[in-house]
Design a protein around this ligand. Structure first.
Ligand code: DGL
Length: 271
């Protein structure tokens, strides 16, 4: 079991924030990643459509006999709370981003005021607020959907000095600043790619919690506790699949992972 790969998926490049952290924490693990770039964004679609896409993504990863599936997508993770996406799945170990992320946010807040930003589907579902209240009911939660962040990331507008990104971030985050949150959940895995600009707008005192990084930490804990972490000395292989052009995807991969070594990219179909 320990020698099998970890499966990770997202609608696009967002889940690479999880992959980056995973490869840092567990460099010996093989990782198979799927970015459904032909159908991104998921976050503006209905729950039925997101559930259908997610089941196809899961079925795609199952064929590699992975030991665990990480839903590195806030939007699909929010649907997982109401739809049995893993019913009849051959993979028994899986996780979405919600619980690992809220656990970190609850531990981080000092003034008990947490902000959550995510896609329209995630914010509409209210799952982050519900999950926070299950842990602590003395925390106030403020939410905001930021639909234009995903296209900014997918198109490479991520520099902290980018004028367009800055303007949009100011527009979206003004209310959060007024509510004086001291912790902000980046509830969509694309958003850490905009961490620089978000952090400039929110100010230094606000702690940003990356859902992609938190699910990676969760995976490390789970695999080590379960005795299923890879037991070898060589570097793990990173195999990336995307459902649209692999050239376009490769450009983003290099930008977001900071390298393209030891990585293979294939185009695939998941339908
Ligand atoms: N990265 C995803 C998320 O965490 C999806 C963004 C989208 O496809 O809209 O929600």
């Amino acid at each position: 079991m320990s020698e099998l790969a970890i499966g990770v998926f997202d609608s696009g490049v967002g889940g690479l924030t999880c992959v980056k952290e995973l490869t840092k924490l567990m460099p010996h693990e093989d990782i198979i990643y799927l970015g459904d770039t032909a159908r991104v964004p998921y976050g503006t679609k209905s729950v039925d459509t997101i559930a259908k896409y997610a089941k196809e993504d899961i079925a795609f990863l199952e064929q590699f006999n992975v030991k665990m599936i990480l839903i590195a997508c806030g939007t699909v993770s929010s649907v997982l709370m109401s739809r049995p996406l893993f019913e009849n799945s051959s993979v028994s170990s899986f996780s979405g981003v919600i619980y690992p992320t809220v656990t970190a946010a609850c531990a981080a807040t000092r003034n008990n005021r947490i902000g959550v930003i995510g896609t329209p589907a995630t914010i509409r579902s209210g799952v982050y607020g519900k999950a926070i209240r299950e842990i602590r009911n003395d925390i106030k939660v403020f939410s905001k959907a930021c639909p234009m962040f995903v296209p900014l990331v997918e198109n490479g507008y991520t520099d902290r000095n980018d004028r367009v990104a800055r303007l949009i971030a100011e527009e979206y985050l003004e209310g959060m600043k007024q509510e004086e949150v001291d912790t902000l959940i980046l509830g969509c895995t694309h958003y850490p790619h905009l961490e620089g600009v978000i952090s400039e707008v929110m100010g230094e005192g606000v702690k940003l919690i990356s859902s992609g990084a938190e699910i990676a930490k969760y995976a490390e804990r789970t695999l080590i506790t379960g005795g299923e972490a890879a037991d070898r000395s060589e570097q793990g292989k990173l195999t990336l699949y995307c459902t649209d052009s692999e050239e376009l995807f490769a450009e983003n991969v290099e930008t977001f992972l900071g390298h393209k070594d030891n990585i293979t990219i294939y185009r695939c179909s998941v339908k």
